[in-house]
Design a protein around this ligand. Structure first.
Ligand code: NAD
Length: 490
């Protein structure tokens, strides 16, 4: 963990000179326009970044296409790809403070979390898929005596990756690392809010020896650069993380162009069920509070619906409210800050609109509910009814909706009463209850007596309108490979 003091982080931030071009074919490129990147901590413009039109996207896809069709990358021995990815991870480790600072500045994540959580996730992900690269085995099914069958995994080709700003490096790495490990080439489009960390990552990839065109970054608005990637005939697979609404666009882009495969990691409204026999009710309450306020609630998997048994609701809620009121909200560059600003004033206004709607619909405000300049207070509503917007819509902010229940069946019904299915949790001391509830919940991940736990070995993704396909784990490699059958008569 970093022990760099507040003053030093601010001094380093002032001295940073970020990359601002697109990264195409191993080099930075300007044009045709620029857009400002605004730091949520103080509203200042920290850089003007090149913004792509379709010509830059065409250039990036052509570079990735050349690198895939005729370049060395897909033809390297997997162990050589592994070595390049490990070199890249080492350089990320070398520049860990710079990358953490870029993340904190561009999207407002507390520096302690940027350095400790986001950068650890990025480095871990690169190393994990580097190690996986040379451990994949093909199949040879037992055929007849006079034939030999081979089932081999082939890299799909050019991967377009479009990602959000809330974990700008982790979300990108979950796509880039498995795609590159299999021999694919990649064009990444970061969110408008968070291009700087992605551009630094690209520069380090080139320094690590990734051949030109293997990893490209184009910046720009979703409706222009994201759409151009989604519709591009030269892109074989489009891997998207973001809102459910934009996910729908990508399915349309694919249908209207080359029927590229589209993988979607979308939004959530995840239920967190606390039963009276939770092994430690205080720990359950503290984790519920941490889960919704971590990253200012800008988490697809945030436990934004707390379902708590009526018999323990007061005790749990009092503790969550106390935590909400004691949370250190402030400048993300202060290492003591636990929650920073939301990503933008526009997003803050959207979250405030949800808070007003919750109040108007009759939910009771127990904590927060207001803003102080660029900072929104950790907010808790109880007496929430399942039909209220605060119980149904993804807010993507530090706003907890608390619903009470009387029995387990009611809890499961409430938990599944959502169009989303990303994650869920249950707190209980009873093993059978844990398994029964886990089976009954429609979600990509179910945590028992914890939240947001896991490592690279387990898949992450959703069901229902939270998307499909899985990031992380060996299963993510399936997204970037096709199976080829070769049948040989002997
Ligand atoms: P967003 O959908 O607005 O944007 C995501 C990306 O899509 C950005 O790069 C954006 O430029 C691009 N985009 C926007 N409009 C586009 C269009 N019309 N065509 C093509 N591309 C377009 O999401 P956001 O506000 O950046 O992030 C928040 C959302 O991301 C939340 O819904 C959250 O739940 C989701 N998310 C999901 C996961 C997951 O793993 N399931 C992880 C993190 C965030």
């Amino acid at each position: 963990m970093t022990d760099v003091p507040y003053e030093d982080w601010r001094a380093r931030a002032a001295g940073l000179v970020p990359h601002t071009g697109h990264h195409i074919d191993g080099a930075f490129q300007d044009g045709p326009e620029t857009t400002p990147v605004v730091a949520p901590r103080d509203g200042r413009t920290i850089a003007h970044v090149a913004s792509a039109g379709t010509a830059q996207v065409d250039g990036a896809v052509a570079a990735a296409r050349r690198a895939f069709d005729t370049g060395p990358w897909p033809r390297l021995a997997p162990a050589e790809r592994k070595a390049a990815l490990l070199r890249w991870a080492d350089l990320v480790e070398r520049d860990r403070e710079t990358l953490a600072l870029l993340v904190s500045l561009e999207m407002g994540k507390p520096i302690t979390d940027a350095y400790g959580i986001e950068l650890r996730a990025l480095i871990g992900c690169l190393r994990w898929y580097a190690e996986a690269a040379d451990k994949q085995l093909d199949e040879s099914p037992r055929g007849s005596a006079s034939s030999l069958a081979l089932v081999t995994r082939e890299p799909v080709g050019v991967v377009g990756a479009v990602v959000p700003w809330n974990f700008p490096l982790t979300m990108a790495a979950w796509k880039i690392a498995p795609a590159l490990a299999t021999g694919c080439t990649v064009v990444l489009k970061p969110a408008e809010e968070s291009p700087l960390s992605a551009l630094h990552l690209a520069a380090l990839g080139t320094e690590a020896g990734l051949p030109p065109g293997v990893f490209n970054v184009v910046n720009g608005p979703g409706e222009v650069a994201g759409r151009a990637l989604g519709e591009h005939p030269g892109v074989d697979v489009l891997a998207f993380t973001g809102s459910t609404e934009v996910g729908r666009h990508f399915l349309r882009y694919a249908a209207a162009s080359n029927l590229k495969r589209v993988w979607l990691e979308l939004g959530g409204k995840s239920p967190n069920i606390i039963l009276p026999d939770a092994p430690d009710l205080d720990a359950a309450a503290d984790t519920a509070a941490w889960g919704i306020f971590f990253n200012a609630g800008e988490m697809c998997s945030a436990p934004s619906r707390l379902l708590v048994h009526r018999s323990v609701a007061d005790r749990v809620l009092d503790r969550i409210v106390a935590r909400a009121e004691s949370l250190r909200v402030g400048d993300p560059l202060d290492p003591a800050t636990e929650m920073g600003p939301l990503v933008s004033t526009a997003h803050q206004a959207r979250v405030m609109e949800h808070i007003e709607a919750a109040r108007a619909s009759g939910a009771r405000l127990r904590a927060g509910g207001g803003v102080d300049g660029r900072f929104l207070a950790p907010t808790v509503f109880d007496q929430v009814k399942p039909e209220m917007r605060v119980a149904r819509e993804e807010i993507f902010g530090p706003v907890l909706a608390v619903l009470e229940f009387d029995d387990l069946d009611e809890a499961v019904t409430l938990a599944n009463d959502t169009e989303y299915g990303l994650a869920a949790a249950v707190w209980t001391s009873d093993l059978s209850t844990a398994h029964r509830v886990s089976r009954a919940l429609r979600a990509g991940t179910v945590w028992v007596n914890c939240y947001e736990e896991g490592d690279m070995s387990v898949p992450f993704g959703g069901v229902k309108q939270s998307g499909h396909g899985r990031d992380k784990s060996l299963h993510a490699l399936d997204k970037y490979t096709d199976l080829k059958t070769t049948w040989i008569e002997l």
